[in-house]
Design a protein around this ligand. Structure first.
Ligand code: CO
Length: 175
C-alpha cells in the first residue's frame, strides 16, 4: 500500500466530475486500499478520489469514534437515492485544511453503491455518516462544501482559506 498526495483547493480535480468505474479489477482494489490508508494517515473521516487527483467515482468513509473499532466503508459509483429531514454540521475537508463551515443538508439519506467487486449495496444513514456520505459524493460530482453555504459565506470562507494557505506555505506545511 502507499500513501497518495491529497490535493488542496483550488486544484482542478476538485471541481471536475469523476467518471463511473467500469473495471472492478486489481488496480481498483489497490487504489481503494491506498485511498483508505491515505484517509487514516490524514485523520479524516472521508476521502474521495478527486482529492488525490484521480477522476474515478470512488470514496472511502470511516466515522467510527476514537474508542470504537474501525468501520471502513468503501463506495464505488455511490448515489444518493433518497434524502429527507435536515441536519446542520460544522464540516471540514482534507482539501481545505483548517477551514470549518456550518453546512445544512438532508439529515437522513439512502445511498446506493457498489463494492470493490462490483456487487450492489444500499446503506441508510443519519447524523455524521449522512453528512460524510453527502460530502464525499459531492466531491465525485466536483462539488465542494463551500458550494453549499451560500455565495456570501462562500466568499468569506475562501478569503479565510487564502490566508490559511499563505500561512501554511510560509510555515512549510504545504507546498
Ligand atoms: Co472533502
Amino acid at each position: 500500500m502507499s500513501l497518495l498526495h491529497i490535493v488542496k483547493y483550488p486544484h482542478a480535480a476538485l471541481t471536475t466530475p469523476a467518471a463511473p468505474v467500469v473495471a472492478f479489477d486489481a488496480a481498483l482494489a489497490t487504489f481503494i486500499d491506498d485511498l483508505a490508508e491515505t484517509m487514516y494517515a490524514a485523520e479524516g473521516v472521508g476521502l474521495a478520489a478527486n482529492q488525490v487527483a484521480e477522476l474515478k467515482r470512488v470514496c472511502v468513509i470511516d466515522c467510527a469514534g476514537q474508542d470504537e473499532p474501525a468501520a471502513l466503508l468503501e463506495l464505488v459509483n455511490p448515489q444518493v437515492v433518497h434524502g429527507d429531514g435536515k441536519i446542520v454540521w460544522e464540516e471540514g475537508c482534507l482539501s481545505f485544511p483548517e477551514l470549518y463551515e456550518r453546512v445544512t443538508r438532508p439529515g437522513h439519506v439512502r445511498v446506493a453503491y457498489q463494492d470493490r467487486t462490483g456487487a450492489a449495496h444500499e446503506i441508510e444513514a443519519d447524523g455524521l455518516l449522512a453528512v460524510a456520505l453527502q460530502h464525499e459524493i459531492d466531491h465525485l460530482d466536483g462539488v465542494l462544501f463551500i458550494d453549499r453555504i451560500g455565495p456570501l459565506a462562500r466568499r468569506r470562507a475562501l478569503d479565510r482559506f487564502t490566508k490559511i494557505m499563505a500561512r501554511r506555505r510560509a510555515d512549510g506545511i504545504d507546498d
